[in-house]
Design a protein around this ligand. Sequence first.
Ligand SMILES: [Ca+2]
Length: 245
Amino acid sequence: MNEWISMGLRCMMIWASAPLFAGLDPVFFERLAYWPEVENTLGLVSLAENGNQSVTYQVTFQADWSADTHPEGFPGGAHFSPLIGANHHGNLVIWEPGGLATPGMESMAETGATSLLAGEIQSAIDAETAGDLMQGGAIDSPGDTDFLFQVDRRFPRVTLVTMIAPSPDWFLGVHGLLLFEGGRWLEERTVTLYAYDAGTDSGPEYTSPNMDTQPQEPIARLTESPFDVGGTLVPLGTFRFERVP
Ligand SMILES: [Ca+2]
């Protein structure tokens, strides 16, 4: 197609979508981010706060999991493995409930090791569906840790995970959390964290011996003992995302 006709059609698509900026569909922005030359030509950057600039967030992992919150079988040496994740595009799914754990997710959830998952994230960075590998510290629980990371309009989502340790294949995390909503970067967002089962080990207790699950089962929230406490599903902590000025 003639380059000018192609450009004209894309401009028409954007102008036709202009009223949507009132509602500011974040997915629209993610797609728009693939057309930076058109965006800049039309001056649309000014319609959205910060344009294509990177924005810095601090994430604080507050781990509440303890013998007080989850008394049944609470293990010695309770800790969370090193945080690992990425900022990324909406097309990338690192994990999600109902999906099958990748080898990297299985390794993280069963052993706390991050090298396989880091390799998968690096592949996504090479494919330009993720921006940066994010890594934080391991902590005893209860406890807390924090680190800084950046997002931009092309990679406005965050996936972040940590293993509940010791455990068969249990973990905490967020997947594809969008920090850009309503045309603005969120100032603060706190996510309450419940336990997930990676579906790759069938051990029923924190310290069960290895029981590789064959065939693999979908990732699912754990709704039974030891996370159901007296009929209530009790969270293990929070991720608090705060925009750094
Ligand atoms: Ca396994």
